[in-house]
Design a protein around this ligand. Structure first.
Ligand code: PFF
Length: 506
Protein backbone atom coordinates (compact mmCIF):
# COMPACT_ATOMS: atom_id res chain seq x y z
CA UNK A 1 0.00 0.00 0.00
CA UNK A 2 1.27 3.48 -0.91
CA UNK A 3 2.00 5.56 2.15
CA UNK A 4 -0.13 8.69 2.54
CA UNK A 5 1.69 11.98 1.99
CA UNK A 6 1.28 15.64 2.76
CA UNK A 7 0.42 17.66 -0.30
CA UNK A 8 2.66 20.63 0.47
CA UNK A 9 5.41 21.71 2.82
CA UNK A 10 3.15 24.44 4.22
CA UNK A 11 0.51 21.80 4.87
CA UNK A 12 2.90 19.74 6.96
CA UNK A 13 4.08 22.78 8.90
CA UNK A 14 0.48 23.84 9.58
CA UNK A 15 -0.32 20.36 10.83
CA UNK A 16 2.74 20.28 13.10
CA UNK A 17 1.97 23.78 14.40
CA UNK A 18 -1.67 22.75 14.78
CA UNK A 19 -0.57 19.92 17.02
CA UNK A 20 1.80 22.05 19.05
CA UNK A 21 -0.57 24.97 19.50
CA UNK A 22 -3.19 23.65 21.88
CA UNK A 23 -4.85 24.33 25.19
CA UNK A 24 -1.39 24.30 26.74
CA UNK A 25 -0.39 27.46 24.91
CA UNK A 26 -3.45 29.38 25.97
CA UNK A 27 -4.18 28.28 29.46
CA UNK A 28 -0.94 26.82 30.69
CA UNK A 29 1.97 28.89 29.41
CA UNK A 30 0.87 32.35 30.68
CA UNK A 31 0.54 31.14 34.25
CA UNK A 32 3.66 28.96 34.21
CA UNK A 33 5.70 31.96 33.04
CA UNK A 34 4.09 34.28 35.59
CA UNK A 35 4.70 31.85 38.46
CA UNK A 36 8.26 31.10 37.49
CA UNK A 37 9.96 34.44 37.30
CA UNK A 38 7.78 36.41 34.86
CA UNK A 39 10.05 38.16 32.37
CA UNK A 40 13.04 36.24 33.73
CA UNK A 41 11.36 32.94 32.82
CA UNK A 42 12.27 33.56 29.21
CA UNK A 43 15.86 32.61 29.97
CA UNK A 44 15.17 29.04 31.14
CA UNK A 45 12.36 28.82 28.61
CA UNK A 46 14.58 29.67 25.65
CA UNK A 47 17.28 27.42 27.00
CA UNK A 48 14.82 24.52 27.24
CA UNK A 49 13.50 25.28 23.77
CA UNK A 50 16.97 25.24 22.21
CA UNK A 51 18.46 22.33 24.16
CA UNK A 52 15.45 20.01 24.40
CA UNK A 53 12.36 21.16 22.50
CA UNK A 54 13.81 21.82 19.07
CA UNK A 55 16.54 19.12 19.23
CA UNK A 56 13.94 16.47 20.09
CA UNK A 57 11.60 17.83 17.46
CA UNK A 58 14.41 17.45 14.90
CA UNK A 59 15.08 13.96 16.24
CA UNK A 60 11.43 12.92 15.89
CA UNK A 61 11.01 14.51 12.46
CA UNK A 62 14.12 12.65 11.33
CA UNK A 63 12.96 9.33 12.75
CA UNK A 64 9.56 9.59 11.10
CA UNK A 65 11.05 10.67 7.81
CA UNK A 66 13.78 8.05 7.73
CA UNK A 67 11.80 5.04 8.94
CA UNK A 68 8.46 6.06 7.40
CA UNK A 69 6.19 4.73 10.07
CA UNK A 70 4.12 5.69 13.07
CA UNK A 71 6.08 5.70 16.32
CA UNK A 72 5.92 1.92 16.98
CA UNK A 73 6.84 0.97 13.42
CA UNK A 74 9.63 3.54 13.21
CA UNK A 75 11.13 2.37 16.48
CA UNK A 76 10.77 -1.26 15.42
CA UNK A 77 12.65 -0.55 12.22
CA UNK A 78 15.30 1.29 14.16
CA UNK A 79 15.91 -1.24 16.91
CA UNK A 80 13.50 -4.16 16.73
CA UNK A 81 11.18 -5.12 19.55
CA UNK A 82 13.64 -3.75 22.09
CA UNK A 83 12.68 -0.31 20.89
CA UNK A 84 9.19 -0.87 19.57
CA UNK A 85 7.62 -0.92 23.05
CA UNK A 86 8.68 2.69 23.52
CA UNK A 87 6.57 3.69 20.54
CA UNK A 88 3.56 1.89 21.97
CA UNK A 89 4.11 3.41 25.37
CA UNK A 90 3.92 6.87 23.80
CA UNK A 91 0.92 5.81 21.73
CA UNK A 92 -0.98 4.63 24.81
CA UNK A 93 -0.15 7.71 26.79
CA UNK A 94 -1.48 9.65 23.82
CA UNK A 95 -4.59 7.51 23.80
CA UNK A 96 -5.29 8.37 27.43
CA UNK A 97 -4.63 12.06 26.87
CA UNK A 98 -6.94 12.13 23.88
CA UNK A 99 -9.89 10.73 25.83
CA UNK A 100 -10.00 13.58 28.30
CA UNK A 101 -8.62 16.33 26.05
CA UNK A 102 -11.68 15.76 23.84
CA UNK A 103 -13.92 16.52 26.79
CA UNK A 104 -12.28 19.87 27.47
CA UNK A 105 -12.79 20.81 23.83
CA UNK A 106 -16.44 19.86 24.26
CA UNK A 107 -16.71 22.27 27.20
CA UNK A 108 -15.09 25.02 25.14
CA UNK A 109 -17.57 24.39 22.35
CA UNK A 110 -20.47 24.65 24.75
CA UNK A 111 -19.02 27.82 26.28
CA UNK A 112 -18.77 29.35 22.81
CA UNK A 113 -22.55 29.14 22.71
CA UNK A 114 -22.98 30.22 26.34
CA UNK A 115 -20.95 33.34 25.50
CA UNK A 116 -23.59 34.91 23.33
CA UNK A 117 -25.85 35.74 26.26
CA UNK A 118 -23.36 35.03 29.07
CA UNK A 119 -25.52 32.12 30.13
CA UNK A 120 -23.08 31.49 33.01
CA UNK A 121 -24.52 34.41 34.99
CA UNK A 122 -22.75 36.22 37.82
CA UNK A 123 -21.32 33.34 39.81
CA UNK A 124 -19.27 31.63 37.14
CA UNK A 125 -17.71 29.13 39.50
CA UNK A 126 -21.03 27.90 40.83
CA UNK A 127 -22.28 27.72 37.27
CA UNK A 128 -19.36 25.61 36.06
CA UNK A 129 -19.33 23.05 38.83
CA UNK A 130 -22.97 22.84 39.81
CA UNK A 131 -25.04 23.76 36.81
CA UNK A 132 -22.87 22.85 33.84
CA UNK A 133 -20.84 19.89 35.09
CA UNK A 134 -23.33 18.82 37.77
CA UNK A 135 -20.51 17.70 39.97
CA UNK A 136 -22.53 16.37 42.84
CA UNK A 137 -21.01 12.94 43.39
CA UNK A 138 -17.87 11.98 45.30
CA UNK A 139 -14.57 11.22 43.57
CA UNK A 140 -14.61 7.79 41.98
CA UNK A 141 -18.36 7.77 41.41
CA UNK A 142 -19.75 8.47 37.98
CA UNK A 143 -23.33 9.49 38.61
CA UNK A 144 -25.44 10.01 35.50
CA UNK A 145 -24.49 11.30 32.07
CA UNK A 146 -24.35 15.08 31.78
CA UNK A 147 -26.08 15.70 28.47
CA UNK A 148 -24.81 19.25 28.16
CA UNK A 149 -21.29 17.81 27.96
CA UNK A 150 -22.14 14.59 26.19
CA UNK A 151 -23.70 16.21 23.12
CA UNK A 152 -20.78 18.54 22.26
CA UNK A 153 -18.45 15.62 23.04
CA UNK A 154 -20.13 13.55 20.35
CA UNK A 155 -19.66 16.49 18.00
CA UNK A 156 -15.96 16.75 18.85
CA UNK A 157 -15.43 13.09 17.98
CA UNK A 158 -17.53 13.26 14.83
CA UNK A 159 -15.44 16.18 13.57
CA UNK A 160 -12.10 14.67 14.59
CA UNK A 161 -12.74 11.16 13.34
CA UNK A 162 -14.42 12.51 10.22
CA UNK A 163 -11.27 14.46 9.39
CA UNK A 164 -9.05 11.45 10.05
CA UNK A 165 -11.27 9.28 7.87
CA UNK A 166 -10.71 11.68 5.00
CA UNK A 167 -7.00 10.89 5.15
CA UNK A 168 -3.73 12.74 5.65
CA UNK A 169 -3.92 15.15 2.74
CA UNK A 170 -7.64 15.58 2.23
CA UNK A 171 -8.44 15.40 5.92
CA UNK A 172 -5.72 16.45 8.37
CA UNK A 173 -3.86 18.79 6.03
CA UNK A 174 -6.94 20.49 4.69
CA UNK A 175 -8.46 20.93 8.14
CA UNK A 176 -5.26 22.47 9.50
CA UNK A 177 -4.95 24.78 6.53
CA UNK A 178 -8.38 26.13 7.39
CA UNK A 179 -8.32 25.96 11.19
CA UNK A 180 -4.87 27.38 11.87
CA UNK A 181 -5.14 30.64 9.88
CA UNK A 182 -8.66 31.09 11.29
CA UNK A 183 -7.36 30.54 14.79
CA UNK A 184 -4.57 33.07 14.32
CA UNK A 185 -6.96 35.74 13.02
CA UNK A 186 -9.58 35.37 15.74
CA UNK A 187 -7.05 34.99 18.49
CA UNK A 188 -5.29 38.15 17.32
CA UNK A 189 -8.61 39.97 17.45
CA UNK A 190 -9.11 38.83 21.04
CA UNK A 191 -5.57 39.82 22.05
CA UNK A 192 -5.80 43.26 20.42
CA UNK A 193 -9.06 43.91 22.23
CA UNK A 194 -7.52 42.66 25.49
CA UNK A 195 -4.47 44.94 25.36
CA UNK A 196 -6.65 47.99 24.71
CA UNK A 197 -8.80 47.41 27.81
CA UNK A 198 -8.43 49.62 30.88
CA UNK A 199 -5.92 48.13 33.25
CA UNK A 200 -4.30 45.94 30.58
CA UNK A 201 -0.93 47.50 31.31
CA UNK A 202 -1.08 46.48 34.94
CA UNK A 203 -1.54 42.90 33.82
CA UNK A 204 1.30 43.08 31.31
CA UNK A 205 3.57 44.57 33.93
CA UNK A 206 2.80 41.70 36.27
CA UNK A 207 3.47 39.21 33.47
CA UNK A 208 6.75 40.67 32.25
CA UNK A 209 8.13 41.87 35.59
CA UNK A 210 11.34 39.87 35.83
CA UNK A 211 12.26 38.12 39.03
CA UNK A 212 15.86 37.25 38.26
CA UNK A 213 16.23 35.44 41.56
CA UNK A 214 13.94 32.75 40.16
CA UNK A 215 16.63 31.67 37.72
CA UNK A 216 18.65 30.27 40.58
CA UNK A 217 15.78 28.01 41.59
CA UNK A 218 16.05 24.54 39.99
CA UNK A 219 12.28 24.08 40.07
CA UNK A 220 11.95 26.97 37.61
CA UNK A 221 14.17 25.10 35.15
CA UNK A 222 12.18 21.95 35.65
CA UNK A 223 9.00 23.92 34.93
CA UNK A 224 10.54 25.30 31.73
CA UNK A 225 11.56 21.85 30.49
CA UNK A 226 8.24 20.29 31.47
CA UNK A 227 6.34 22.98 29.69
CA UNK A 228 8.40 22.82 26.51
CA UNK A 229 7.77 19.09 26.21
CA UNK A 230 4.05 19.47 26.55
CA UNK A 231 3.87 22.53 24.40
CA UNK A 232 5.79 21.18 21.44
CA UNK A 233 3.96 17.84 21.48
CA UNK A 234 7.26 15.93 21.61
CA UNK A 235 7.47 12.46 23.17
CA UNK A 236 3.77 11.96 22.38
CA UNK A 237 4.46 9.82 19.26
CA UNK A 238 2.79 12.63 17.34
CA UNK A 239 5.67 14.27 15.52
CA UNK A 240 7.13 10.93 14.40
CA UNK A 241 3.79 9.97 12.90
CA UNK A 242 3.30 13.32 11.17
CA UNK A 243 6.79 13.41 9.68
CA UNK A 244 6.40 9.86 8.38
CA UNK A 245 4.04 11.35 5.78
CA UNK A 246 6.69 13.73 4.43
CA UNK A 247 7.88 13.22 0.88
CA UNK A 248 11.47 11.96 0.51
CA UNK A 249 12.72 15.39 -0.44
CA UNK A 250 11.84 17.50 2.56
CA UNK A 251 13.70 19.89 4.75
CA UNK A 252 13.63 18.61 8.31
CA UNK A 253 15.73 20.89 10.45
CA UNK A 254 14.28 24.07 9.07
CA UNK A 255 10.75 22.75 9.49
CA UNK A 256 11.50 21.96 13.12
CA UNK A 257 12.76 25.49 13.77
CA UNK A 258 9.73 26.99 12.07
CA UNK A 259 7.38 24.80 14.09
CA UNK A 260 9.16 25.53 17.35
CA UNK A 261 9.27 29.29 16.87
CA UNK A 262 5.69 29.49 15.60
CA UNK A 263 4.52 27.64 18.68
CA UNK A 264 6.48 29.92 20.99
CA UNK A 265 5.19 33.03 19.24
CA UNK A 266 1.65 31.87 19.71
CA UNK A 267 2.35 31.15 23.34
CA UNK A 268 3.82 34.60 23.89
CA UNK A 269 0.81 36.16 22.22
CA UNK A 270 -1.45 34.17 24.53
CA UNK A 271 0.53 35.31 27.55
CA UNK A 272 0.05 38.92 26.49
CA UNK A 273 -3.66 38.48 25.84
CA UNK A 274 -4.39 36.53 29.00
CA UNK A 275 -2.49 38.88 31.30
CA UNK A 276 -3.89 42.00 29.66
CA UNK A 277 -7.37 40.62 30.32
CA UNK A 278 -6.42 39.64 33.89
CA UNK A 279 -5.07 43.17 34.45
CA UNK A 280 -8.39 44.56 33.27
CA UNK A 281 -10.32 42.37 35.64
CA UNK A 282 -8.02 43.07 38.57
CA UNK A 283 -8.42 46.80 38.14
CA UNK A 284 -12.19 46.48 37.81
CA UNK A 285 -12.30 44.64 41.09
CA UNK A 286 -9.58 46.68 42.76
CA UNK A 287 -7.39 43.65 43.53
CA UNK A 288 -3.86 42.57 42.65
CA UNK A 289 -3.25 40.69 39.40
CA UNK A 290 -1.77 37.82 41.38
CA UNK A 291 -5.11 37.35 43.08
CA UNK A 292 -6.93 36.66 39.85
CA UNK A 293 -4.13 34.89 37.94
CA UNK A 294 -4.60 31.16 37.51
CA UNK A 295 -4.34 28.41 34.88
CA UNK A 296 -6.27 25.52 33.42
CA UNK A 297 -9.95 24.89 33.96
CA UNK A 298 -10.22 27.73 36.49
CA UNK A 299 -8.74 30.29 34.09
CA UNK A 300 -10.71 29.32 31.03
CA UNK A 301 -14.07 28.42 32.52
CA UNK A 302 -14.30 30.48 35.70
CA UNK A 303 -12.15 33.60 35.34
CA UNK A 304 -12.61 34.23 31.61
CA UNK A 305 -16.40 34.16 31.82
CA UNK A 306 -16.08 36.77 34.59
CA UNK A 307 -13.87 38.91 32.39
CA UNK A 308 -16.38 38.61 29.57
CA UNK A 309 -19.14 39.72 31.97
CA UNK A 310 -17.20 42.89 32.69
CA UNK A 311 -16.30 43.70 29.09
CA UNK A 312 -17.24 47.24 28.07
CA UNK A 313 -19.04 46.11 24.93
CA UNK A 314 -19.55 43.27 22.47
CA UNK A 315 -19.28 40.86 25.39
CA UNK A 316 -20.95 38.05 23.53
CA UNK A 317 -18.75 38.41 20.47
CA UNK A 318 -15.45 38.45 22.33
CA UNK A 319 -16.52 35.62 24.58
CA UNK A 320 -17.43 33.51 21.59
CA UNK A 321 -14.14 34.33 19.83
CA UNK A 322 -12.15 33.34 22.90
CA UNK A 323 -13.89 30.00 23.32
CA UNK A 324 -13.79 29.35 19.60
CA UNK A 325 -10.01 29.85 19.77
CA UNK A 326 -9.80 27.24 22.50
CA UNK A 327 -11.97 24.91 20.45
CA UNK A 328 -9.92 25.26 17.27
CA UNK A 329 -6.57 25.05 19.05
CA UNK A 330 -7.81 21.94 20.82
CA UNK A 331 -9.26 20.22 17.76
CA UNK A 332 -6.05 20.44 15.74
CA UNK A 333 -4.12 18.93 18.68
CA UNK A 334 -6.71 16.21 19.19
CA UNK A 335 -6.48 15.23 15.53
CA UNK A 336 -2.73 14.81 15.82
CA UNK A 337 -2.83 12.75 18.96
CA UNK A 338 -5.60 10.50 17.63
CA UNK A 339 -3.62 9.95 14.44
CA UNK A 340 -0.83 8.35 16.52
CA UNK A 341 -2.93 5.32 17.42
CA UNK A 342 -4.92 5.26 14.22
CA UNK A 343 -1.63 4.95 12.30
CA UNK A 344 -0.09 2.60 14.86
CA UNK A 345 -2.98 0.12 14.87
CA UNK A 346 -3.39 0.18 11.13
CA UNK A 347 0.27 -0.62 10.50
CA UNK A 348 0.60 -3.24 13.20
CA UNK A 349 -2.46 -5.22 12.21
CA UNK A 350 -2.49 -4.42 8.53
CA UNK A 351 -5.99 -2.93 8.67
CA UNK A 352 -7.25 -0.01 6.61
CA UNK A 353 -7.34 3.57 7.87
CA UNK A 354 -11.12 3.41 7.93
CA UNK A 355 -11.16 0.37 10.21
CA UNK A 356 -8.48 1.80 12.41
CA UNK A 357 -10.34 5.11 12.80
CA UNK A 358 -13.58 3.28 13.55
CA UNK A 359 -12.10 0.88 16.10
CA UNK A 360 -9.28 2.95 17.61
CA UNK A 361 -11.02 6.30 17.47
CA UNK A 362 -14.31 4.67 18.38
CA UNK A 363 -12.79 3.09 21.50
CA UNK A 364 -11.37 6.44 22.57
CA UNK A 365 -14.72 8.12 22.01
CA UNK A 366 -16.53 5.47 24.07
CA UNK A 367 -14.08 5.71 26.95
CA UNK A 368 -14.30 9.49 26.93
CA UNK A 369 -17.96 9.23 27.93
CA UNK A 370 -16.65 8.50 31.42
CA UNK A 371 -15.61 12.15 31.60
CA UNK A 372 -19.03 13.33 30.50
CA UNK A 373 -20.62 11.97 33.66
CA UNK A 374 -21.31 13.87 36.86
CA UNK A 375 -18.07 12.64 38.40
CA UNK A 376 -16.20 13.27 35.16
CA UNK A 377 -14.09 16.15 36.39
CA UNK A 378 -12.53 14.01 39.12
CA UNK A 379 -11.51 11.34 36.63
CA UNK A 380 -10.23 13.97 34.25
CA UNK A 381 -8.11 15.63 36.85
CA UNK A 382 -6.68 12.32 37.96
CA UNK A 383 -5.80 11.05 34.50
CA UNK A 384 -4.27 14.39 33.58
CA UNK A 385 -2.15 14.61 36.68
CA UNK A 386 -0.63 11.15 36.53
CA UNK A 387 -0.17 11.02 32.81
CA UNK A 388 1.57 14.37 32.73
CA UNK A 389 3.79 13.66 35.68
CA UNK A 390 4.80 10.16 34.69
CA UNK A 391 4.07 10.12 31.01
CA UNK A 392 5.51 12.56 28.58
CA UNK A 393 8.71 13.64 30.32
CA UNK A 394 9.50 10.04 31.26
CA UNK A 395 9.05 8.94 27.67
CA UNK A 396 11.27 11.78 26.52
CA UNK A 397 14.00 10.70 28.92
CA UNK A 398 13.87 7.04 27.91
CA UNK A 399 13.72 8.04 24.26
CA UNK A 400 16.91 10.11 24.26
CA UNK A 401 18.84 7.70 26.45
CA UNK A 402 17.93 4.66 24.34
CA UNK A 403 18.53 6.35 21.01
CA UNK A 404 21.73 8.19 21.83
CA UNK A 405 23.38 5.90 24.37
CA UNK A 406 21.99 2.40 24.00
CA UNK A 407 21.28 2.12 20.29
CA UNK A 408 23.82 4.80 19.34
CA UNK A 409 21.76 6.17 16.49
CA UNK A 410 22.51 9.86 16.91
CA UNK A 411 25.15 10.02 14.17
CA UNK A 412 23.13 8.09 11.61
CA UNK A 413 20.12 10.27 12.27
CA UNK A 414 22.17 13.42 12.14
CA UNK A 415 23.61 12.40 8.79
CA UNK A 416 20.11 11.71 7.51
CA UNK A 417 18.81 15.12 8.62
CA UNK A 418 21.85 16.94 7.24
CA UNK A 419 21.59 15.25 3.89
CA UNK A 420 18.18 16.72 3.19
CA UNK A 421 18.10 19.90 5.28
CA UNK A 422 19.37 23.40 4.69
CA UNK A 423 20.51 24.01 8.22
CA UNK A 424 23.31 21.60 9.17
CA UNK A 425 23.27 20.02 12.60
CA UNK A 426 26.48 20.30 14.55
CA UNK A 427 27.77 19.22 17.94
CA UNK A 428 25.05 21.25 19.68
CA UNK A 429 22.41 18.76 18.64
CA UNK A 430 24.01 15.62 19.97
CA UNK A 431 25.27 17.34 23.09
CA UNK A 432 21.78 18.62 23.87
CA UNK A 433 20.16 15.25 23.31
CA UNK A 434 22.83 13.08 24.86
CA UNK A 435 23.90 15.19 27.82
CA UNK A 436 21.77 18.21 28.70
CA UNK A 437 18.32 16.72 28.21
CA UNK A 438 19.01 13.48 30.12
CA UNK A 439 20.54 15.40 33.02
CA UNK A 440 17.63 17.80 33.36
CA UNK A 441 14.94 15.16 32.83
CA UNK A 442 16.74 12.71 35.07
CA UNK A 443 16.85 15.31 37.81
CA UNK A 444 13.17 15.98 37.22
CA UNK A 445 12.17 12.32 37.49
CA UNK A 446 14.34 11.76 40.53
CA UNK A 447 12.76 14.75 42.23
CA UNK A 448 9.31 13.44 41.46
CA UNK A 449 10.01 10.01 42.86
CA UNK A 450 11.49 11.48 45.99
CA UNK A 451 8.43 13.59 46.65
CA UNK A 452 5.68 12.00 48.55
CA UNK A 453 3.38 11.39 45.61
CA UNK A 454 0.20 11.66 47.57
CA UNK A 455 1.17 14.78 49.36
CA UNK A 456 2.03 16.51 46.16
CA UNK A 457 -1.12 15.34 44.54
CA UNK A 458 -3.25 16.86 47.26
CA UNK A 459 -1.62 20.24 47.09
CA UNK A 460 -1.60 20.32 43.30
CA UNK A 461 -5.28 19.73 42.95
CA UNK A 462 -6.49 21.29 46.14
CA UNK A 463 -9.37 22.89 44.31
CA UNK A 464 -11.43 19.77 44.15
CA UNK A 465 -11.36 18.48 47.64
CA UNK A 466 -12.33 15.16 49.04
CA UNK A 467 -10.21 12.74 47.03
CA UNK A 468 -9.87 9.49 48.86
CA UNK A 469 -6.37 8.11 48.92
CA UNK A 470 -7.46 4.87 47.37
CA UNK A 471 -9.06 6.64 44.46
CA UNK A 472 -6.08 8.80 43.68
CA UNK A 473 -3.38 6.28 44.11
CA UNK A 474 -5.00 3.21 42.66
CA UNK A 475 -6.61 5.08 39.80
CA UNK A 476 -3.55 7.11 38.92
CA UNK A 477 -1.01 4.34 39.16
CA UNK A 478 -3.34 2.08 37.18
CA UNK A 479 -3.58 4.60 34.34
CA UNK A 480 0.14 5.26 34.17
CA UNK A 481 1.09 1.59 34.51
CA UNK A 482 -1.50 0.44 32.00
CA UNK A 483 0.17 2.58 29.34
CA UNK A 484 3.51 0.77 29.83
CA UNK A 485 1.91 -2.68 30.09
CA UNK A 486 -0.12 -2.15 26.94
CA UNK A 487 3.06 -0.95 25.29
CA UNK A 488 4.86 -4.18 26.11
CA UNK A 489 1.90 -6.37 25.17
CA UNK A 490 1.47 -4.69 21.82
CA UNK A 491 5.10 -5.02 20.92
CA UNK A 492 4.90 -8.72 21.75
CA UNK A 493 2.24 -9.18 19.07
CA UNK A 494 3.39 -10.02 15.54
CA UNK A 495 3.62 -7.40 12.83
CA UNK A 496 1.36 -7.76 9.90
CA UNK A 497 3.88 -9.25 7.47
CA UNK A 498 4.40 -6.38 5.02
CA UNK A 499 5.96 -4.23 7.70
CA UNK A 500 8.78 -6.47 8.79
CA UNK A 501 11.87 -5.69 6.79
CA UNK A 502 13.72 -2.44 6.62
CA UNK A 503 16.96 -1.53 4.94
CA UNK A 504 19.00 0.86 7.11
CA UNK A 505 20.59 2.41 4.05
CA UNK A 506 17.32 3.97 2.93
N1 PFF B 1 0.99 20.91 22.49
C1 PFF B 1 -0.30 20.53 22.95
C2 PFF B 1 -0.88 21.63 23.81
O1 PFF B 1 -0.19 22.61 24.05
O2 PFF B 1 -2.02 21.56 24.23
C3 PFF B 1 -0.12 19.28 23.71
C4 PFF B 1 -1.11 18.30 23.31
C5 PFF B 1 -2.03 17.92 24.21
C6 PFF B 1 -1.14 17.79 22.04
C7 PFF B 1 -3.01 17.08 23.87
C8 PFF B 1 -2.11 16.94 21.68
C9 PFF B 1 -3.04 16.62 22.60
F1 PFF B 1 -4.03 15.85 22.25
Amino acid sequence: MERSQWGTRAGFIMAAVGSAVGLGNIWRFPYVAFENGGGAFFIPYLFALLTAGIPILILEFTIGHKYRGSAPLSFFRMGGKKLEWLGWWAVFVSFVISVYYAVIIAWAMRYTIFSFNQAWGEDTQDFLFNEFLQLTVSPGQTGGIVWGVFIPLVLVWVITLGILLAGVKKGIELANRIFIPTLVVIFLAVVIRAVTLDGALVGLEAFFQPDFGAIMDPSVWVAAYGHIFFSLSVAFAIMITYSSYLPKKSDITNNAFITGFANSSFELLAGIGVFAALGFMASQQGVEVSEVATAGVGLAFVVFPQIINEFPGFNGLFGALFFLSLTLAGLTSLMSITETYVAGFSEKFGISRVKSVVFGGGAAALISILFATQGGLFFLDLADYFINQFGVAAIGLVEVVLIVWVFRKADTLKAHANEISDIQLGGWWKFSLGIITPIVLGYMMFGLLKLNILQEFETETGNYEGYSNMFTLSGGVAVAAAAIIFGILFSAAKWHKEQGEYDERN
